[in-house]
Design a protein around this ligand. Structure first.
Ligand code: HEC
Ligand code: HEC
Ligand code: HEC
Ligand code: HEC
Ligand code: HEC
Length: 445
């Protein structure tokens, strides 16, 4: 007996990442109700979920492209990453994973993979066997019992079970933290939160992404002061993103003459997110600061950031001559592929707040499953962190006298525009979104 336990423990240690939770093909689609069925009673929750990325986690076009054009062919070609054929689906189309429908049919075939992270996934989850969960390490039992935050819920349709797990950040961590086949932490929203100020204060993911308000979860339910809203807003919601970072802009002088140095300082503060901004899919998220001067004749000048000289800083300053993402050409077998512009259309010299990922060949990549190292530099903005950027600009001698307007614009994009254009994604999936802006006027004498 003891011997068997030891052998089991040794096997578990030798095979990290394998079978840490949910198992592929354990159930069938029919074991799970559709979200519409739950929505018949929980109308508002259904509406919120349906509007959120949770319901689109499989069907959303960039997810479809990344899985079918990159991850799946790569998994079929390279043994080391073969696990992602099923692994991507365990988080993005869990019903298909649990039903053994791997690879699932593309979204236009309308299978139940399309339900994405559905009601039945989250409310049949019973726990995890990890202390700090990651890589879909949830345990799930479909059936009559729904697990939720209430001790006194009574429903004519299902049994209810109180689950403290659903009120914890560890619940979200099961899908929001991810380790690549090379052992790199390629998603670490939970770990960022855990090491930051909010965990210490007991503020969990649900407090900011499933906020509470008085109401009922269904017309036949109890009136409660704190119904959990299923909005799950993140970077795909302009309203959540706008103002997520405070900006302040300062100049050394209010008036100066041409030939002199204008010194600017921009102060950025992440006072709203419980983790870094950007978080989650950091391999492809872009957050950057553009500082522009507009002279009295309306001519614009982009002012480059003053370098600080830290290790890996090159990756954080836009450079239109730099190419990256060569793994795309490797996977798609494009001859002579030199890569795509690393920084898309971000103007040269702009500061980019990012954490670059590198593939086993040392090239910067957006393929998180093909990431060996992402610890070279992390220049994102941490929870309650302030970053200060400096600018020095010698006013050109031909600058017209009068008002000089300075604009500091902070932008966010889900994917570098070069990647978005290459894969012909809808523009809405890579366009720059203005997170915040600050402005001042200087007098040129
Ligand atoms: C016939 C109506 C009806 C249907 C259909 C229904 N529910 Fe419920 N559900 C209720 C009622 C009533 C409650 C109790 C509400 C309360 O007490 O505030 C409830 C409570 C819950 C709770 C809270 C349980 C707890 O212990 O915290 C969850 C979670 C839940 N439902 C999930 C689901 C899911 C998932 C589905 C679809 C598989 C579903 N419900 C379908 C009526 C329904
Ligand atoms: C990503 C996981 C996730 C998905 C998807 C999800 N829920 Fe929930 N749900 C939760 C969590 C977590 C809570 C508890 C939040 C808390 O109390 O902090 C919850 C709470 C609830 C409650 C109890 C509300 C209350 O405050 O009494 C109901 C009812 C419910 N969910 C129904 C649904 C239905 C119906 C769907 C699909 C339309 C759905 N959920 C989709 C995670 C999820
Ligand atoms: C079963 C897996 C799973 C669980 C559990 C889960 N998520 Fe997610 N979540 C996802 C996936 C997959 C996406 C990505 C959707 C996409 O863009 O394709 C996502 C996206 C999000 C987003 C980004 C939305 C946007 O607009 O950019 C937020 C915010 C979020 N989840 C919050 C939570 C919170 C809070 C919890 C815990 C209460 C949670 N999630 C639990 C799988 C999960
Ligand atoms: C104090 C509030 C707060 C807490 C706590 C919090 N978040 Fe967020 N989250 C935000 C805000 C604000 C944004 C929008 C800024 C952004 O997209 O980075 C966000 C964005 C996100 C995104 C999108 C990130 C991106 O850049 O694509 C995900 C995913 C997410 N949160 C998941 C979580 C998870 C999981 C937890 C718990 C481990 C959590 N959040 C805790 C406030 C919070
Ligand atoms: C452990 C769970 C997990 C695994 C495994 C996983 N993902 Fe994700 N994925 C997520 C979550 C959570 C997000 C949302 C993060 C955020 O909002 O920044 C996400 C975001 C994405 C996005 C960005 C979506 C958008 O709307 O911008 C793409 C594309 C994606 N995943 C594709 C994949 C592919 C392809 C694989 C397999 C190689 C994969 N994912 C594996 C959980 C996972």
């Amino acid at each position: 007996m003891i011997k068997r336990i030891v052998v089991f423990l040794m096997a578990a240690l030798l095979l990290p990442g394998l079978c840490i939770g949910a198992k592929m093909g354990q159930y069938k689609y029919d074991d799970f109700s559709s979200p519409q069925k739950c929505g018949a009673c929980h109308k508002k929750i259904f509406q919120e979920w349906n509007d959120s990325m949770m319901s689109k986690s499989y069907t959303h076009s960039w997810d479809q492209v990344e899985y079918f054009e990159l991850a799946l062919p790569h998994a079929q070609k390279l043994e080391k990453v073969s696990g992602v054929k099923a692994g991507c689906i365990a988080c993005h189309g869990p019903l298909a994973f649990l039903s053994g429908d791997i690879p699932p049919k593309p979204a236009d075939k309308n299978t139940r993979a399309n339900e994405g992270v559905s009601c039945e996934i989250c409310h049949n989850i019973t726990g995890t066997n990890q202390k700090e969960p990651f890589n879909f390490s949830w345990e799930i039992t479909p059936g009559k019992t729904k697990n939720g935050p209430r001790k006194d819920a009574k429903s004519p349709f299902h049994k209810s079970r109180f689950s403290n797990f659903h009120k914890s950040a560890e619940f979200c961590a099961t899908c929001h933290d991810e380790q690549s086949p090379y052992g790199a932490w390629v998603k670490a929203t939970y770990r960022e939160w855990k090491n930051g100020p909010y965990a210490k204060e007991g503020v969990v993911c649900q407090d900011c992404h499933m906020h509470k308000a008085p109401g009922k979860s269904t017309s036949m339910g109890k009136n409660r002061p704190d119904i959990a809203h299923h909005v799950f807003q993140g970077s795909h919601s302009d309203s959540k993103l706008k103002g997520a970072i405070d900006l302040a802009l300062y100049a050394n002088k209010k008036a100066l003459s041409t030939g002199n140095n204008l010194k600017l300082r921009v102060v950025l503060f992440n006072g709203k997110a419980g983790h870094y901004i950007p978080s989650g899919s950091s391999e492809e998220r872009m957050l950057w600061l553009e500082v522009w001067a507009i002279d009295a004749n309306g001519k614009s000048y982009h002012i480059p950031v003053k370098s600080k000289g830290f290790k890996g800083e090159d990756y954080t300053i836009a450079n239109s001559k730099t190419y990256a993402y060569q793994a795309i050409g490797e996977i798609k077998e494009i001859k002579g592929f030199k890569g795509l512009k690393r920084d898309g259309d971000v103007p040269d010299g702009a500061r980019i707040f990012r954490k670059p990922f590198f593939d086993p060949k040392g090239r910067m990549t957006i393929c998180q499953w093909y990431t060996k190292d992402n610890t070279v530099v992390d220049y994102r903005i941490g929870p309650r962190e302030t970053k200060i950027e400096n600018y020095v600009w010698e006013l050109p001698s031909n600058l017209p006298k009068g008002k000089l307007t300075i604009n500091a614009n902070l932008f966010y994009a889900q994917v570098p525009s070069s990647v978005g254009k290459f894969f012909k994604l809808p523009e809405s999936e890579y366009r720059p979104i203005l997170v915040n802006t600050a402005k001042m006027v200087i007098e040129v004498k």
